[in-house]
Design a protein. Structure first.
Length: 579
């Protein structure tokens, strides 16, 4: 027996590498199995510690119609609650360069970690917390991946036809820090109805930025639930009790909310109906005013046309009358000129006939005056006898009478010439006056024609403009009528759809979701389950390899020690010991 044991020890010593390899393979497989198997509870324990440290919600409440403040107060009255936090969330679009990203905006919760209502604690990674509504936190990893930096601004768009102002008080925020939230434990952040359908990153902003008067979701923690393994049945037994009560509350509050929504929808419908009826009335009034305005414009056009026609007729009459007066004036002037020529000829004839008479009278006067001078001298002579003096006095008297008669004849002849000259001047004045009046009449006629033509042109242009405005107004009225009728028809259809929607107003539903509905929570659990599967399957490969190595080694040893085995068998050493 000693020789047998000694031989075995010698064989082991000579094959030390082979035996050590087998032992190492077995040790590694055992260690790997123990490590992987122990990692599962360690992972679950780490997750529990993380959930407790950051106060991960136990129940998430969601509603198809949102939550009012009254709904939140009703939730707070439920038994077994540790904390309740109402939040706002909304998906938006932002652009970084030419790339579009879907952003989930989350209302920033309270930061007092001792407050039980502070659920899903924010873990600040860099920067600082927002201090005013214009600042925000951004997810740490996505900040790096998308090229943002602290201090940059991020601008949000609605991604729909609605304006951002319908949901937020402002659309641009300054990044002041990065953070993580236990709500997202992996890279998946859910789906969205805008953009590419997948949420790319989240930002946290002050709750005051949200315009909505209802909350998107309510987060709840259950009293005593953190004492249990969050993936264990005992934990869900505690949470399910509260979930059932919240479901019951949700049914009651849904009925109340449904009644409120029906009332509000009815009020909005009545308001819309009143606005529609007022719009119809305004439309009819505007159309009536437009038609009255067009009719008035048409009357003005007709009146203007009649006035223009009348003015033209009056001008034609005045022009004819003036032309007749000019013709008559020209005839009168011709008549005066003929009479003037006759008077001038007569004057010339009288001057030719009277001049010799005047010369004779003047000679007669001169001779008589000469004789009178002689008589005066003779009378002045004292030697003249009385008879001679008497004869001289008689002759003097005759001469004086002769002179007086001659002078009278001269005066009468000159008076006739003066009268003839007056006639000439009269006819000349009449002709000059007539020509002046004729020239003035012609100038007045020319000016009247020019002025009338300008007035007629201006009046016609005004009528043409009025006619054009009338036609354009008529077309515009018809266009507005069709557009108004179309808008009213569309409003009527919308009103009809609103009435149908009011009649088919859906019942608000509450969704009470525990952690099993939390994607990151379930994903982490599936990771631990895969690790548990690996712990069960992977070490088996090491054992199979170890068995194969042992089998190969034993086969080789049998071949090498076949003679020694036969010797041992002849020495009656049992087969079990040989093996």
């Amino acid at each position: 027996m000693k020789a047998y044991i000694k031989d075995i020890l010698r064989e082991v010593r000579h094959s030390m590498g082979r035996f050590f390899s087998i032992m190492a393979i077995v040790a590694i497989g055992t260690a790997f199995f123990a490590g992987v198997k122990a990692s599962v509870p360690d992972m679950l324990h780490t997750a529990d510690d993380y959930f407790r440290e950051y106060n991960l919600m136990d129940i998430r409440l969601m509603s198809s119609m949102g939550f009012t403040k009254e709904d939140v107060e009703a939730i707070r009255k439920a038994d077994g609650l540790e904390g309740v936090m109402s939040t706002h969330t909304m998906d938006f679009i932002t652009h970084k360069g030419t790339t579009q990203h879907v952003v989930k905006a989350i209302s920033l919760p309270k930061t007092d970690k001792d407050d039980p209502d502070y659920i899903n604690h924010v873990r600040l990674i860099s920067g600082r917390m927002p201090q005013n509504p214009k600042e925000c936190l951004v997810e740490e990893q996505e900040l790096k991946d998308m090229g943002y930096r602290i201090g940059d601004t991020i601008t949000l768009e609605s991604g729909t036809k609605s304006a951002v102002s319908e949901y937020l008080k402002q659309d641009t925020y300054t990044i002041v820090g990065t953070a993580y939230t236990p709500d997202y434990l992996n890279y998946s952040k859910g789906t969205s109805t805008i953009g590419n359908g997948t949420v790319d990153l989240f930002i946290m902003i002050d709750d005051e930025n949200f315009v909505s008067d209802y909350y998107t979701e309510v987060l709840v923690t259950v009293k005593g639930a953190d004492a249990y393994d969050s993936y264990g049945d005992a934990y869900f037994e505690v949470v399910d009790k509260v979930s059932n009560e919240l479901t019951s509350i949700g049914m009651d509050r849904s009925d109340i909310r449904y009644a409120e929504l029906q009332k509000l929808a009815q009020q909005e419908f009545d308001k819309g109906k009143a606005e529609y009826e007022a719009g119809v009335s305004r439309f009819e009034d505007e159309i009536a005013k437009g038609e009255a305005k067009l009719e008035s414009a048409k009357d003005q056009l007709l009146l203007g046309t009649a006035q223009l026609t009348s003015s033209k007729a009056n001008f034609e009459t005045m022009q004819t009358t003036t032309q007749l007066q000019i013709t008559q004036g020209e005839a009168s002037i011709a008549q005066y000129e003929a009479q003037l020529n006759e008077v001038v000829a007569l004057k010339q004839q009288m001057q030719e006939e009277i001049q010799p008479l005047l010369d004779g009278f003047e000679n007669q006067i001169a001779q008589a005056e000469k004789r009178l001078d002689e008589i005066e001298r003779q009378l002045a002579d004292p030697n003249v006898s009385e008879s001679e003096r008497a004869l001289l006095e008689a002759e003097k008297k005759v001469l004086e009478q002769s002179i007086a008669a001659a002078q009278k004849s001269i005066e009468s002849t000159k008076a006739a010439l003066v009268k003839m000259e007056e006639k000439v001047q009269y006819f000349q004045q009449q002709i000059a006056s007539g020509k002046a009046q004729l020239a003035a009449a012609k100038q007045q006629l020319a000016n009247g024609q020019k002025t009338a033509q300008q007035e007629f042109t201006a009046a016609q242009a005004k009528l043409d403009t009025g006619q054009k405005a009338y036609v354009e107004g008529k077309l515009e009225l018809e266009k507005n009528r069709k557009l108004g009728e179309k808008e009213l028809e569309l409003a009527k259809e919308e009103l009809s759809v609103a009435e149908q929607q009011l009649q088919k107003l859906p019942q608000p539903n509450w969704y009470v979701l525990d952690r099993n509905s939390h994607y990151a929570y379930r994903d982490y659990e599936s990771v631990t389950q895969r690790m548990d599967g690996i712990a069960k399957v992977f070490p088996l490969f090491f054992l199979i390899v170890c068995a194969l190595v042992c089998l190969t080694t034993m086969t080789r040893m049998v071949d090498e020690q076949r003679g020694m085995i036969g010797t041992y068998k002849h020495l009656d050493i049992p087969m079990a010991r040989l093996l």
